[in-house]
Design a protein around this ligand. Structure first.
Ligand SMILES: [Zn+2]
Length: 61
């Protein structure tokens, strides 16, 4: 079964390695790492803590 939902993980500087590990464990593929825009940073919290996120880890397609 193929899920249509993409996995997207938001992460702060501290938890980026954790986010990458989690993505690889779940998707069995290496993710694309992008920096959020300033606007996105303000409205998005890290998945692992309450700090504003800096990165988004997502599928490249
Ligand atoms: Zn964090």
């Amino acid at each position: 079964m193929k899920g249509s939902e993409k996995l997207r993980i938001f992460s702060c500087e501290t938890h980026i390695n954790q986010a990458l590990d989690m993505f690889v464990a779940e998707q069995k593929t290496f993710p694309m790492l992008e920096r959020l825009t300033d606007e996105e940073k303000l409205s998005t919290k890290c998945t692992y803590c309450n700090v504003a996120s800096i990165y988004i880890v997502s599928d490249e397609k």
